[in-house]
Design a protein around this ligand. Structure first.
Ligand SMILES: *Cc1c(COP(=O)(O)O)cnc(C)c1O
Length: 387
């Protein structure tokens, strides 16, 4: 009896202290910035509807919160990669439907059809299967025809359209209501991209001779910021929604507001003597007595081991401090000689206003998409405003 009472008091006290304990590493997300960035995309592509791409947990920002915030901005669709993500969008309970960006597997198709999610068809096999599912349910399914104008990943080849299109148009329970394609080098090869846009325009023109198209879409972020696509009435911004520009030379780039801060906490500060190794492999050795902070984040959080030894820095009390030695699973070490007042409990910024993810990507020889979507589930997402 007494024991039980004690336990009860204890758990109340634990609950109290738990509330005061901020996660030592977390992702902070500015939802208003994401809404703002959607409107930057709208200005960059006037008179164009938006499919807000929220795949991969909204590029690491937290899908549910992003979907809830963007719903009010009235995108036409939420772009997702697979059925599990489409379910998550649906579960939020908003009116905007998910759209599956790539081809579907045979066993996913019934759920896609019955749920009324947007989807593409990339082959006759896929089209015929969807048509059979719809016919069995006594309905007609709207689909977006995917074209492979150069990506080599999905879609009908433009040269095959002459043969495929009549067959697609005569499918009993499938109705083509959209045409889409995707650009592989919108951020780097203007000649190819212009050629690709021309091929897309020609295909859309041909298809439009037979049917009315509700949605025509080609551009992801880079193309939204760089190209006009005359026939398109929808675009699919992903990266730019999160405030990162895939292209440097664009008027919209300066208007984007990065939405994510990656924050961790100093757990220990000490001075290591000269000649002391730092981290696994002893790839770094101090050359002088060095004030060193241990920070509670590592590759298990998505702070890649690959960032080791590449001159990556983190910000503590507004000072950029070099990360030294290898990234370990849960901890990294930084030289804080430049910040004498640093102590355990201090906040460390790893991605944020002074540490842009695209710069980090360049240092680490990868791309912003890779770093953002790699931020792991161990990092709680803290949103502003709360969602
Ligand atoms: C992921 C994806 C997008 C979004 O791309 P960003 O470059 O992040 O804007 C758009 N369309 C398709 C088909 C995609 O797979």
């Amino acid at each position: 009896m007494t024991f039980l009472l004690l336990r009860k008091q204890k758990s109340a006290r634990v609950a109290l202290v738990m509330r005061h304990c901020t996660p030592r590493a977390r992702v902070e997300v500015d939802l208003d910035a994401i809404a703002h960035n959607l409107n930057v995309a709208r200005q960059a592509a006037p008179n164009t509807q938006m499919m807000a791409v929220v795949k991969a947990d909204a590029y690491g920002h937290g899908m549910e919160a992003v979907v809830r915030r963007l719903e009010g901005e009235q995108p036409v669709y939420f772009g997702v990669a697979n059925v599990a993500e489409a379910r998550r969008v649906t579960a939020v309970g908003c009116r905007t439907r998910p759209f599956l960006l790539g081809p579907s597997t045979p066993e996913e198709r019934e759920e896609i059809a019955y749920s009324g999610w947007g989807f593409t068809i990339s082959s006759m096999e896929e089209a015929e299967h969807f048509s059979r599912i719809a016919a069995a349910a006594g309905s007609v399914l709207p689909a977006h025809l995917a074209l492979d104008t150069g990506m080599g990943r999905e879609g009908f080849l433009p040269n095959d359209l002459g043969e495929s299109l009549p067959r697609l148009l005569h499918m009993p329970a499938l109705r083509i209501e959209g045409v889409m394609s995707h650009m592989p080098v919108a951020d780097e090869d203007e000649n190819f991209s212009r050629h690709q846009i021309a091929v897309f325009e020609e295909c859309v023109h041909e298809i439009s001779r037979h049917i009315h198209l509700l949605h025509v879409h080609l551009a992801a972020s880079a193309a939204i910021m760089r190209y006009r696509i005359p026939s398109a009435n929808m675009a699919r911004p992903g990266l730019m929604l999160y405030g990162i520009s895939p292209v440097a030379d664009s008027a919209s780039a300066d208007q984007l507001r990065p939405a994510l801060r990656l924050v961790a906490t100093v757990t220990l500060v000490r001075t290591l003597p000269a000649g002391h190794g730092v981290s696994y492999g002893r790839t770094f050795t101090t050359t002088a007595p060095t004030r060193m902070a241990t920070i509670g984040i590592g590759y298990a959080d998505g702070w890649r081991r690959h960032f080791s030894g590449r001159g990556v820095r983190v910000s503590i009390r507004g000072v950029l401090c070099p990360v030294l030695g290898r990234v370990t699973m849960d901890q990294i070490m930084a030289d804080v000689s430049g910040v004498p007042e640093v102590m355990a409990g201090d906040e460390v910024e790893l991605i944020g206003p002074s540490l842009r993810v695209d710069q980090l990507a360049q240092q680490a020889d990868t791309i912003s998409w890779d770093i953002l979507t790699g931020l792991g589930p161990r990092l709680p997402r803290v949103t502003h405003p709360a969602s």
